[in-house]
Design a protein around this ligand. Structure first.
Ligand code: ADP
Length: 520
């Protein structure tokens, strides 16, 4: 085992110690080694991975532990040249990968899944150290991430075309499904592993090859996946990773979204960035798969089972400290149950939420990804308070990018937190009276990814489920994601669906073959 952090910079040492003391008063200095990333060498990769080779770039960029600000690695800062090499390698590899039988591709994906499962602890530590989430959640992410390789290893063998009844006796109509080609995969930091496999599993199963650009905050999980892909026997050029800094991102993004050899751009991230990528991809009319921002309503009706609703609210809101695109952003609670719900929720927050370093046992709330993210939550809280909201829990930013889990009551629809995605541990509660009012508030958004409804009135559930303008609906359930079900939004939340039997469609073209001249 090698410890990754020999090079803690002098600047971050005082800040790290101050933060550790604040979070864990009384922690002996010797215990601070607890926060070193211990991952065995093969999984700790810091170069780009292009055409089956580990490649260095002219410079490196730092990866920081968001909980302490400590540098945990220096990673090759790939630029447009490396991105172009990766696209060319993927294009070359596509010519043979698409010729492999579906079963061969399936076997390789399954091997990759097995390797992820065998290395789950190390992969989880990488996630915790580069993105900040508690280790338990990182382990869940690894299982979730690997499940897409398993799912698509199975789906690879079920890419059926059609034989369609023809109107002419001398013709047969065949609809063949074929892989689209090189896929550019651009992913966010909040699920550094799963957002890659959810796309790459589908792409490779279909017969496509990929170039992955991971988020600048979290390249280590992507590079560990490359190491395991190689061990699994995925051929050179099929899976490429070009990590890069924030500064290099636009030029690398330009190659990935405009190169004529790229057939599809698949992106998960903010709506604003998604629009930039879509515009770039338009010039060469690429396919696009976009999983963008959400602003999920969480509606609790008077008939709801209050224990179930509180449990769902806690799970949906506070997973990854509120940094998921399906997490509830606006809590709409009917007048008859409002006060009891808010009180019980406050008690659950006190009892269940523990701030700390993600590797510390018992931590449920890690830091936000960076101080910009924490600042956004602070701004939403102060805007809400200035317009009359009441802070029932939390409300303050702590050192670094830690933010207190915050409960706001008396929230109204003119407040910033009800108009834009928070991506942090802020739980704003709006009181409503009628179902129509709740639906009007829930649907008054230009995005629609997930929505949640808590009720025991079956007719009401059906009405609300159909009326919610979202791609995903949770009824009496706050955690929904699974590879068997489709994931994706409506409106400006994106294009296409990931996971499920539909997730492979974006990576396939349908070719109509008219087989004519047949003699009866
Ligand atoms: P955030 O602001 O939280 O980082 P983004 O949506 O901007 O959210 O980032 C998600 C992913 O999109 C990251 O991998 C980021 O590097 C990438 N990204 C951002 N801007 C561009 C761009 N111009 N071209 C390509 N990728 C981009």
């Amino acid at each position: 085992m090698s410890r990754l952090c020999p090079s803690m910079s002098p600047v971050c040492v005082p800040r790290t110690l101050r933060l550790l003391r604040q979070l864990f008063p009384g922690l002996p200095a010797a215990m601070q080694r607890l926060y070193s990333l211990d991952v065995s060498a093969p999984l700790l990769r810091t170069q780009g991975y292009v055409d089956g080779r580990w490649v260095s770039a002219a410079s490196v960029f730092p990866v920081l532990d968001p909980a302490t600000g400590q540098e945990i690695a220096r990673v090759s800062d790939c630029g447009p040249a490396e991105a172009k090499q990766a696209v060319d390698a993927a294009f070359k590899a596509f010519q043979s990968w698409k010729q492999r039988s579906a079963k061969e591709r399936s076997v390789l994906l399954r091997r990759w899944f097995d390797l992820m499962t065998n290395h789950k602890e190390e992969l989880a530590r990488l996630i915790t150290f580069e993105c900040g989430k508690p280790l338990q959640e990182s382990l869940s992410e690894v299982a979730y991430s690997a499940s897409f390789l398993e799912w698509f290893s199975e789906e690879a063998r079920r890419v059926y075309g059609d034989i369609v009844p023809s109107p002419n006796k001398d013709r047969k109509i065949l609809l063949l499904k074929q892989p689209v080609g090189v896929s550019s995969i651009i992913t966010p930091w909040n699920f550094p592993s799963a957002m890659i496999t959810r796309k790459v599993g589908a792409a490779l199963a279909a017969g496509c090859t990929v170039v992955v650009k991971p988020a600048e905050d979290t390249p280590l999980s992507a590079l560990a996946l490359a190491e395991l892909a190689e061990q699994a026997g995925i051929p050179a050029g099929v899976f490429n990773v070009v990590p890069c800094s924030r500064e290099k991102t636009p030029s690398v993004g330009e190659v990935l979204c405009t190169d004529p050899l790229v057939a599809i751009v698949s992106f998960t991230g903010s709506t604003a960035t998604g629009k930039v990528l879509l515009r770039m991809a338009a010039d060469t009319v690429k396919k696009a798969s976009m999983e963008l921002g959400g602003h999920a309503p969480f509606i609790v009706f008077d008939s709801a089972d209050i224990d179930v609703a509180v449990r769902g609210a806690m799970a949906s809101k506070f997973r990854n400290s509120g940094q998921t695109c399906v997490c509830s952003n606006r809590f709409l609670v009917q007048s008859g149950i409002h006060d009891r719900f808010v009180e019980q929720l406050g008690r659950a927050m006190d009892a269940e939420l523990r701030l700390g370093h993600g590797s510390e046992p018992g931590t449920t709330q890690g830091p936000l990804i960076n101080s910009r993210a924490a600042e956004k939550v602070v701004q939403q809280v102060s805007d809400a308070v200035s317009r009359g909201a009441k802070v029932l829990k939390g409300g303050k930013r702590l050192d670094g990018s830690f933010m207190e889990p915050t409960l706001l009551a008396d929230v109204t629809t003119d407040m910033l937190c009800t108009k834009e995605e928070t991506f942090g541990p802020l739980l704003p509660v709006i009181r409503f009276n009628t179902e129509e009012e709740a639906l009007a508030i829930a649907n008054a958004s230009n995005v629609g990814l997930a929505g949640y409804c808590y009720s025991q009135d079956v007719s009401q559930i059906w009405r609300v489920m159909e009326a919610l303008e979202t791609g995903i609906v949770g009824i009496n359930e706050g955690l929904l994601s699974t590879p068997e079900a489709s994931f994706g939004g409506v409106k400006e939340s994106g294009l296409g669906r990931e996971g499920s039997k539909y997730g492979i469609d974006d990576y396939l073209d349908v070719k109509y073959v008219c087989f004519g001249g047949l003699k009866p």
